[in-house]
Design a binder for this molecule. Structure first.
Ligand code: URA
Length: 208
């Protein structure tokens, strides 16, 4: 799928999502926070849910946690425009409470469709709610920064669970670990790309 087609499909998905009156949390929200970035991104970041500023602007990670995320991206020379950023729920939960399981489930098919359009090589989950969507039953303190290859809708995707940036702002130790974990992203991306090249070569040899 070309970048142009991905852009068009994401726009169509945005329109479909805005028109979906069955989605929870919309009555009290100012805006749908669909997601922003490169429709053909190799890396997708998935957070928890919009906060006050995200709700006001209709964009993910534009408040304090977003500023820290920007610093983390900058530290590994990954421009924000080169990745795609979204959340497991796309309307703001009141008072920034945790999203409920049924709310995460209601937005699930839309997030899955975003992933299907973008086809990222890597998904970085930010916080435990996003992690649990892809790697259920684990503790973030045990698995943060450790890549895991999963089968996702007939495709293989590398997941890198990370602490939520807001947790890093509250706790110096978590902040240091998050900076370390981000530092691993470039090497993991290179590894994933090389594995794909080898796989393609093997597939081509099998055709001979
Ligand atoms: N926290 C999140 O999980 N997502 C945002 O978009 C902002 C803050």
């Amino acid at each position: 799928m070309t970048k142009e087609i991905k852009t068009k499909k994401l726009k169509e998905l945005y329109i479909k999502m805005k028109a979906d009156k069955t989605l929870p949390l919309q009555e009290e929200a100012a805006n749908l926070v669909f997601g922003t970035g490169n429709p053909a991104a190799e890396i997708m970041f998935i957070g928890e849910g919009p906060g006050y500023w995200e709700d006001q602007k209709g964009e993910p990670f534009v408040g304090n946690a977003g500023k820290f995320l920007d610093q983390l991206l900058h530290s590994i020379k990954l421009p924000r425009e080169s990745v795609f950023i979204t959340n497991v729920v796309n309307y703001r939960p009141p008072e920034n409470r945790d999203p409920l399981p049924e709310e995460i489930a209601a937005f699930g098919p839309y997030i899955d469709e975003m992933i299907d359009i973008i086809k990222p090589k890597i998904i970085v989950t930010l916080g435990r709610f996003s992690m649990a969507k892809f790697i259920p039953g684990v503790r973030i303190s045990d698995v943060h920064g450790k890549k895991k290859l999963i089968d996702w809708k007939k495709r293989k995707i590398t997941i890198i669970p990370m602490y939520h940036p807001a947790a890093g702002l509250r706790n110096g130790e978590v902040k240091r670990r998050t900076i370390d974990d981000f530092g691993k992203i470039p090497d993991i991306l290179t590894e994933v790309e090389q594995t794909e090249v080898v796989q393609t070569e093997v597939e081509q040899m099998e055709l001979i």
